[in-house]
Structures are given as structure tokens and as C-alpha cells.
Design a protein around this ligand. Structure first.
Ligand SMILES: *[C@@H]1O[C@H](CO)[C@@H](O)[C@H](O)[C@H]1NC(C)=O
Ligand SMILES: *[C@@H]1O[C@H](CO)[C@@H](O)[C@H](O)[C@H]1NC(C)=O
Ligand SMILES: *[C@@H]1O[C@H](CO)[C@@H](O)[C@H](O)[C@H]1NC(C)=O
Ligand SMILES: *[C@@H]1O[C@H](CO)[C@@H](O)[C@H](O)[C@H]1NC(C)=O
Ligand SMILES: *[C@@H]1O[C@H](CO)[C@@H](O)[C@H](O)[C@H]1NC(C)=O
Ligand SMILES: *[C@@H]1O[C@H](CO)[C@@H](O)[C@H](O)[C@H]1NC(C)=O
Ligand SMILES: *[C@@H]1O[C@H](CO)[C@@H](O)[C@H](O)[C@H]1NC(C)=O
Ligand SMILES: *[C@@H]1O[C@H](CO)[C@@H](O)[C@H](O)[C@H]1NC(C)=O
Ligand SMILES: *[C@@H]1O[C@H](CO)[C@@H](O)[C@H](O)[C@H]1NC(C)=O
Length: 721
């Protein structure tokens, strides 16, 4: 039976829409299966590339010569480098062409005012120990900057008049300091040339003897390879620092210095790299050797058995395969509906493509592999938040909206700050780390949406708002908060931080501990929140140039040195403790600083009595308050070594709670402090309002549902699509 063209189109359209999310979810086979690590930082490592396992070299993860080393850079980020080199890898491709995008150094020679050479680097680095790479002639060009400069590189085997088969470079000169112009690179201050194939090194030669005396506006010569379109000349680059790198695209192929086979030879070799009947061999176009490609209509990894997968043609708007099958000549009305469908289809595909771009920009390829967070689509999220109808809060980071999941679970949807390419890894790390931090006292990340320009994060909902508002807000409706509840809030928050500080092998510092970042759920269980992108720091990244933290809570030592340690969190937590026992904001009364007044009180009378909240200061409780006061003193120590760590803080708070329980339950000495409490712990002076009734949504049901949420499989069930 023949279908009408419109129907065929419609089917295609529906199919395209239906398969798109599937395509996002389907894990592509990129590395050798088994236990090979296939990513380093945010870079995918497809076979034949691979990472040696740390336990010992697992040679099956990569072909010899294609080893990648996953190392930490100076800021503590995982970055891939070509093994046995310092060459950073930006991306590795097996399809549609074999390519490695890397950072290569800029070569330079610098002169002083009398023309003497003050520094020199030729840009050479052992780029090609095994002979796998060629600098791509199609995708790179050579730039030379300087004002009396000739620079070139060379390559290819000997055989003519000289040692190499080609020499390529250019001359740049400036009449005076005003001749060079931004954006112009035609020999005045800057020149550039195409390069030939078979270039194996980044080595540069600078012509000596061309005077640089009295040329302070251009004290150095520079020469570098860079991918086409990435570099635009700026006059200020004539004085740029010498330790620069540029992105360069390398062609690779299956070859080595010892053996390089063409396809014709390789097919009969026992080490033939193209795996499976769908993998096709191509002679390398840059240097000897060959590479593999999936046959037409398939994509994936041609170096792995079964690595080539069918492409869904309907997903590819460029090919419009479906139209080809429409044999019927459309009539007038059919023609119009066809036109409408084409327009609709194109519009939808464009939108889909844009969403996919955002998805990629926002780190989707890494995040979609995370099992314990759900990736929401834009539409799902709009439904959840009722098109952002209820705003819960606003901050420097963006806005927080209230949302309801399909099963009526309340969630908070946070709109992150817009992220650019450079912040992508920060954001991805934040999401990955936070999604793994599963603790009752840390706000739980349930999912995220990456299809929008500003990524959105979906969190567990905290019905009772934040500690800042509870302690200092609500104006005249000020509530009494029992000492026990305050202790439990302190203990819960300390437990959350303790977990964070000792989380796995990585040390995570919060960097912005303050009451506003301690949320309370409907059971008044405290939850640490806000891991703003720049604030989540891993082990080796101790220094930060970004101002993190909030005035009044920032460790003065960190403020001076820029050295953010776990002890900086201890300081901030000390301030939170102080606020809990004094119930005064950090600036109170007549511009008094809570911290200074507290330290003064201790100096004068070795006691915090003057500062403690009168509402909880009784004969019986003063001992507990003084003990917390002493703990605060230790947390605020100038000498970071003398500050306790989070373990000790949590334990001392628990001990105080225990001592208090014993008093309350003399017959039961083994009462262990509960981390859950009821709203009855709080009474108002003036009315009978309880804290939880302030929240419109605090109910037992909510809590039960959010517990269910923990066990609810967050993985999207795509099989019934
Ligand atoms: C380390 O890598 C990250 C992410 O690739 C980058 O943003 C950062 O600038 C790098 N730091 C150094 C010191 O190279
Ligand atoms: C990988 O990097 C580590 C640390 O930088 C280094 O110790 C090791 O020798 C490197 N291994 C290879 C094969 O390059
Ligand atoms: C390899 O396959 C891709 C995708 O099918 C195609 O775009 C590319 O042109 C192919 N390369 C060669 C050399 O045929
Ligand atoms: C410039 O460098 C040369 C050689 O390094 C040195 O002899 C000379 O004293 C330097 N001149 C100045 C002004 O620094
Ligand atoms: C390039 O410089 C390095 C280090 O300065 C040196 O070891 C190497 O021999 C130089 N290479 C060439 C080809 O001049
Ligand atoms: C392999 O060839 C490259 C240039 O193609 C050269 O730099 C490298 O030293 C050679 N390695 C060996 C082991 O011969
Ligand atoms: C550099 O300038 C100084 C002072 O103007 C002059 O004496 C000297 O000859 C100049 N040197 C060259 C190489 O032009
Ligand atoms: C050049 O490449 C770098 C490294 O990938 C990238 O961050 C930068 O945005 C590129 N610049 C342009 C103008 O394409
Ligand atoms: C690949 O190169 C070999 C040797 O140079 C040649 O015989 C063969 O025809 C080439 N194959 C293709 C598909 O170009």
C-alpha cells in the first residue's frame, strides 16, 4: 500500500522527534569495553587512544603509540596529554576523520634594547615519538609575528638540494611603532602562510642578524602553528608573554616509524586495525599509513568490533532521506501540505539542533553518563515549574523556582549563571561531584536541564527555607527556637560539612558557609546548599583568584592569602555557630560586629554571656552555651593550625547534645541524639504559630515522598518510547 507523501513525512517527523532523545541516551561505543577509562576531564578518549590504568599498564586499552596520560594541571583539573609529553589534548576524533586537537607552544626569540638575545625557544617538542601524527595542512596555518623577522619551519625527507623536502615561513617588518594594525596580517607586524602536508614537528627557525635594537614596541619574534580561524592578529600580541600555546589540529593514522602500511598491505596484516565488516580502510592523506572509517550510513568507532552503528537517517535533516522515498508526484493541495510540513520539520530540527548545541556546551556528553541524576528536557522542566511561575529566591547566580514533579514531589529549580566554554568543566564537575554527595545534610541534586543556554539544576525542596531567615527574619513574628533545636541544626550542618570534607579521595571545600546556605526541610533537618560553580574546589586547586565567600563569613587568612583550605570553612562555620547561640546577625545594633563583640567579651570576662541569646540562657543551659562559645573561639583562631577540623567540631557538638540528653533522660544514658526533630521544638512568644506552618508546603507527605525519591529510579526509561 502506498502512503501519501504527507503521511510519510509525518511519520518521519514523528520518528525524528521520538528518536532524538533516544540518541542522546544511547551510549556510543568509544573505548575498548572492559574497564578502560574513556574520558579524562571532559575529553572523550576513543580507541585506538586509551589511558593506561594506574595499577599498571593495561595495554589493551590503547594501541601502542596512542597512549594518553590523564594528568592534573596546575589548577587541579584532569587534562589529557599525549603520553610521555606535555602536549595537552583538547579533543580526539576517529570519525568523520582521524584528528587530535592539541595545544602546541609558540616559538619565540626576544631581544633587549641593544639587540642582544634575552630568551629563545624553538617550539620543538617530542610531538611524534612514534611517528603517528602530522600537523594537518588542511586545518592549520603558520603565523609569524615581529617587526624585523623571518621565521620558517621545515619537514619531509631529504632528497633535493637541502636536508628537507620543504621549507615554509614568511617575513614580517614594521617601518615604525605605528605601522602594524589590528586584524591585518599581511607582512606588517604579522604574516601567515599555508603549510604543506607531512609536517611532523612544531620546530621553528628565526633568521639571526636582523637587528632588533631600539625596538621596544616589538621586542620579540614569534612563530606558531594554529588552527585556521582561531587566531586574529592584535598589535598588543607583539609584546605577548613568551609561554603561550595555540590550538593545532593533528592528523593521525595507523603507522609508526618502523612500519607504515597502505590499505592494500594492511588488509593481510595480523594487526589490521579496522574491525568488523562495517569498518572500511582508507590510505592516509597526510603521510604514510591508513585509517578506518565506518561504511556509508554507519557511525561510531571503526576500530572496535561492532563499533559501527546504523545512523538514523530521519535524524539527519541534511540528508532528508525520507523525501527520497516519496515516489508519488504531489498534487496541488498535497504540495502545499508538503511545503508546510517541510517548513515545520526544518524549524523543529533547527530548534532541536540548537538544544543539542546547548546540551553539548553545558557538558551534556559527560553528564548523561551519570546514573544518579536525571537529565530533564526543556519541556519537562517547563512543565515542572509551571513555566517558572513561582520564584523562591534570587541571587547573584540567577533565580530559584518552585516546581512539582509528576509524582507531586516538590523540587527547587535553580537557574545557574550562564556558562561559557571555559566554565563548562567547572559546571560539569560541580554537577558530577554534587550528584555523588549523598548525605542527609546535603541538599540533594536530582537532575539538570542542559538544553537551555543557562543550565538549570533540580534540587530537593527545603520547605522551611534557610537558617538566615529563621534566625533573623520574620520581623515581629520572631519565633523562639529551643537550644536543643539549635544544637541539632548545628550538628546536622557539621555532619554535612564533615562528609563533604572527607568525601572520597577528593577534598571538597564549600567556600561559602553561611546561614543563608543552610536550608531546613519540613522536618527541620539542615541541608547544606549552594555549591556555586567557582566555589567547588578539588584537592590540588588551593588558590583562587575569584572572590569566594560572603562578607563577614570569609576567613581573614584566606582573604589575605587567597589560599582556601578546609580550615576556611571551619572559620565560616564558627561564625554560624556564633549566630546560633547569640541569634544576632553578623552586624547588629549600632553597627556592632558580632565577631568583634564576641572576642571582646571573651577577652574581658573569659565568657560569652554578654552575647548569648537571652531566650535560651538558663542556669541549666549556660554550660552548653559556654562550651559552644569556646568551640567558636577555636574556629575563629588566627592560626589555622589551631582550628579544629570538622570531625572534631561535629563530635564536640554531639557530645554536648548527649550531655543534655542525659540530663533530660537521667534513666537512659544511651540516648543518641536524633537528627530529626519536630516542629514542637519551636514556639512563638506571641502566637502559637509553629515554624513549619510558615511554610506553605511543609507536610509529612512531602517528606515521605522525598524519601521515595531516593529510591525512585532516576534513569529515564527509554524502552517504551
Ligand atoms: C586547567 O584546566 C582547566 C580546564 O581545562 C582550565 O580551565 C585551567 O585554566 C587549567 N589551568 C592551568 C593552570 O593550566
Ligand atoms: C603520566 O603523568 C604522570 C604524572 O604527570 C607521570 O608521572 C607519568 O610518567 C606519565 N606517564 C606517561 C606514560 O607519560
Ligand atoms: C568517513 O565517514 C564519514 C561519515 O560517514 C564521512 O563524512 C567521511 O567523509 C568519511 N571519510 C572518508 C575518508 O571517506
Ligand atoms: C643585551 O644583551 C646582551 C647579550 O645578552 C648583553 O651583552 C647586553 O649587555 C644587554 N644590554 C642591555 C642594555 O641589557
Ligand atoms: C630546540 O630547543 C631545544 C631546547 O632548547 C633543544 O634541545 C633542541 O635541540 C632544539 N631543536 C632544534 C632542532 O634546534
Ligand atoms: C619517528 O619519526 C619522527 C618524525 O617522523 C621522529 O621525530 C622520531 O624521533 C622518530 N622516532 C624514532 C623512534 O625513530
Ligand atoms: C639606538 O638608539 C640610541 C639612542 O637613540 C642610538 O644611540 C643607537 O645608535 C641606536 N642603535 C641602533 C642599533 O639603532
Ligand atoms: C581557539 O581555540 C581555543 C581552544 O579550543 C578556544 O577556546 C577559542 O575559543 C578558539 N578561538 C576562536 C576565535 O575560535
Ligand atoms: C593505497 O596506497 C597503495 C600504495 O600506495 C595503493 O596501491 C592503493 O591503490 C591505495 N589505495 C587507495 C584506495 O587509494
Amino acid at each position: 500500500m502506498l502512503m501519501s507523501p504527507a503521511l510519510v513525512l509525518l511519520t518521519c517527523l514523528l520518528l525524528a522527534v521520538a528518536v532524538a532523545p533516544l540518541q542522546l541516551q544511547a551510549a556510543t561505543l568509544i573505548g575498548k569495553p572492559a574497564d578502560c577509562q574513556t574520558t579524562c576531564g571532559s575529553v572523550e578518549i576513543p580507541y585506538p587512544f586509551g589511558i593506561a590504568t594506574t595499577e599498571g599498564v593495561n595495554v589493551n586499552c590503547f594501541l601502542p603509540g596512542y597512549e594518553i596520560n590523564c594528568t592534573k594541571n596546575d589548577s587541579g583539573y584532569l587534562v589529557p596529554v599525549l603520553a610521555n609529553t606535555k602536549i595537552e589534548v583538547l579533543s580526539l576524533l576517529v570519525m568523520p576523520r582521524p584528528e587530535a586537537r592539541v595545544q602546541l607552544p609558540v616559538a619565540s626569540t626576544c631581544y633587549n634594547s641593544t639587540g642582544g638575545v634575552t630568551s629563545y625557544s624553538n617550539g620543538s617538542l617530542d610531538l611524534n615519538p612514534v611517528g603517528v601524527y602530522r600537523i594537518s595542512e588542511a586545518y592549520n596555518e603558520l603565523f609569524v609575528l615581529g617587526c624585523n623577522t623571518l621565521a620558517y619551519t621545515n619537514g619531509g625527507p631529504a632528497g633535493g638540494r637541502y636536508q628537507h623536502s620543504f621549507y615554509t615561513g614568511c617575513v614580517s617588518y614594521c617601518k615604525d611603532s605605528r605601522s602594524a594594525q589590528d586584524g591585518k596580517c599581511a607582512g606588517v607586524g604579522c604574516c601567515h602562510v599555508e603549510i604543506p602536508p607531512d609536517l611532523t614537528d612544531n620546530w621553528m627557525y628565526f633568521q639571526t642578524g636582523w637587528s632588533h635594537a631600539n625596538m621596544t614596541f616589538s621586542p620579540c619574534d614569534y612563530a606558531f602553528m594554529v588552527e585556521k580561524g582561531n587566531y586574529t592578529f592584535k598589535v598588543s600580541d607583539l609584546t605577548m608573554p613568551v609561554s603561550q600555546t595555540m590550538p593545532v589540529r593533528l592528523d593521525w593514522a595507523i603507522r609508526s616509524n618502523i612500519s607504515a602500511m597502505s590499505c592494500a598491505e594492511a588488509k593481510y596484516s595480523p594487526n589490521y586495525a579496522c574491525a568488523g565488516p562495517l569498518s572500511k580502510c582508507f590510505n592516509s592523506t597526510n603521510g604514510p599509513g591508513y585509517f578506518c572509517n565506518c561504511t556509508n550510513g554507519y557511525e561510531g568507532n571503526p576500530y572496535i568490533v561492532d563499533g559501527c552503528r546504523d545512523i538514523d537517517e530521519c535524524k539527519r535533516p541534511e540528508t532528508y532521506r525520507c523525501y527520497g522515498k516519496c515516489k508519488n508526484k504531489p498534487g496541488i493541495s498535497l504540495g502545499i501540505s508538503l511545503l508546510i510540513f517541510i517548513i515545520l520539520f526544518t524549524l523543529m530540527m533547527r530548534q532541536k539542533r540548537r538544544m543539542n548545541e546547548y546540551f553539548k556546551k553545558n557538558g551534556g556528553s559527560v553528564l548523561e553518563k551519570m546514573e544518579n541524576i536525571k537529565i530533564f528536557t526543556k519541556d519537562e522542566l517547563n512543565k515542572i515549574t509551571g513555566n517558572n511561575s513561582e520564584v523562591l529566591g534570587k541571587g547573584g547566580f540567577g533565580k530559584v523556582y518552585k516546581g512539582t514533579l509528576e509524582d507531586n514531589t516538590m523540587v527547587a529549580v535553580k537557574e545557574s549563571i550562564e556558562i561559557n566554554e571555559a566554565q563548562k568543566e567547572d559546571f560539569t564537575n560541580e554537577v558530577i561531584i554534587q550528584s555523588q554527595m549523598i548525605h542527609v545534610n546535603i541538599i540533594k541534586l536530582l537532575g539538570c536541564c542542559l538544553e537551555v543556554d543557562v543550565p538549570m539544576l533540580v534540587y530537593e525542596f527545603a520547605a522551611n527555607g534557610n537558617l538566615q531567615d529563621i534566625l533573623h527574619g520574620y520581623g515581629s513574628h520572631r519565633l523562639t527556637i529551643s537550644l536543643d533545636l539549635r544544637l541539632d541544626i548545628a550538628i546536622g550542618s557539621a555532619e554535612g560539612l564533615r562528609y563533604m570534607h572527607s568525601y572520597a579521595k577528593r577534598t571538597i571545600r564549600h567556600g561559602d558557609i553561611k546561614p543563608a546556605n543552610i536550608l531546613l526541610d519540613d522536618k527541620l533537618i539542615p541541608k547544606i546548599s549552594d555549591f556555586g560553580a567557582s566555589k567547588l574546589l578539588t584537592m590540588d586547586k588551593d588558590y583562587t583568584m575569584f572572590p569566594v565567600g560572603s562578607m563577614g563569613y570569609i576567613d581573614p587568612v584566606f582573604y589575605r592569602t587567597g589560599h582556601l583550605t578546609k580550615k576556611s570553612d571551619i572559620y565560616s562555620f564558627g561564625v554560624v555557630l556564633l549566630e546560633l547561640i547569640s541569634r544576632k546577625p553578623i552586624i547588629y545594633g549600632d553597627n556592632l560586629s558580632l565577631i568583634i563583640e564576641f572576642l571582646k567579651a571573651y577577652k574581658l570576662e573569659n565568657s560569652g554571656r554578654a552575647i548569648f541569646d537571652k531566650e535560651i540562657m538558663t542556669e541549666e543551659s549556660i554550660y552548653i552555651l559556654e562550651e559552644i562559645g569556646r568551640l567558636v573561639m577555636e574556629c575563629l583562631q588566627e592560626n589555622v593550625e589551631e582550628r579544629p577540623d570538622m570531625n572534631e567540631v561535629a563530635e564536640r557538638l554531639v557530645m554536648l547534645r548527649r550531655a543534655r540528653n542525659r540530663k533530660h533522660n537521667p534513666q537512659n544514658l544511651e540516648v543518641i541524639p536524633k537528627l530529626s526533630f519536630s516542629a514542637a521544638d519551636i514556639n512563638t512568644n506571641s502566637s502559637t504559630t509553629t515554624l513549619s506552618s510558615l511554610s506553605t508546603l511543609a507536610s509529612k507527605e512531602f517528606f515521605d515522598r522525598s524519601v521515595e525519591m531516593d529510591t525512585w529510579s532516576l534513569r529515564e526509561n527509554t524502552s517504551n518510547l
